[in-house]
Design a protein around this ligand. Structure first.
Ligand code: 5GP
Length: 141
């Protein structure tokens, strides 16, 4: 009986790999997890043990890169202290990508949207790095 329970648990876990357990809540994976694991194509410009960066599929500026933690964190509201290293790495990687792209001196913008009012569409924290042209005012009235 114990063995049967164990086998069923393993099968359930294997068959349910699009769902991650986070602090007693089940969190759906997004397309970004598949990009991190290279299961679907993306133009990845940087990856290390903490973060992945790739070109936005619908660029809103000449340079539009998404920088994401490899760990599935749905929104800024879900951050915990242990995520600080990955969040810090996102900034240093943004700086490096901007330098490599030749836009560091002219300047660029980093954006992280949170939830509905923030306009977040993909529920895996991501930092937009946009630049390559003057971006205008930060918000439209
Ligand atoms: P949000 O509105 O959530 O801050 O931004 C989500 C971003 O993800 C959008 O700019 C959108 O174009 C981008 N995006 C959505 N799906 C994909 C995808 O499959 N591949 C890539 N490279 N970008 C995506």
């Amino acid at each position: 009986m114990l063995l049967m329970c164990l086998i069923f648990s393993i099968l359930a876990a294997v068959g349910n790999n699009d769902v991650i357990k986070m602090e007693n809540q089940m969190v759906d994976e997004t397309i970004f997890s598949k990009i991190i694991r290279k299961e679907i194509p993306a133009d990845v410009v940087y990856q290390d043990e903490l973060v992945t960066a790739f070109k936005d599929i619908n660029p809103r500026a000449p340079i539009h890169i998404l920088i994401i933690p490899n760990k599935l964190i749905p929104t800024l509201n879900d951050l915990v202290d242990e995520d600080e290293r990955a969040m810090g790495r996102m900034f240093t990687v943004a700086k490096k990508i901007a330098q490599d792209a030749g836009i560091a001196e002219d300047g660029y913008r980093l954006i992280v949207n949170c939830n509905v009012h923030g306009g977040q569409e993909v529920y895996h924290i991501h930092m937009h790095l946009v630049g390559g042209k003057p971006l205008g005012p930060m918000l439209v009235n």
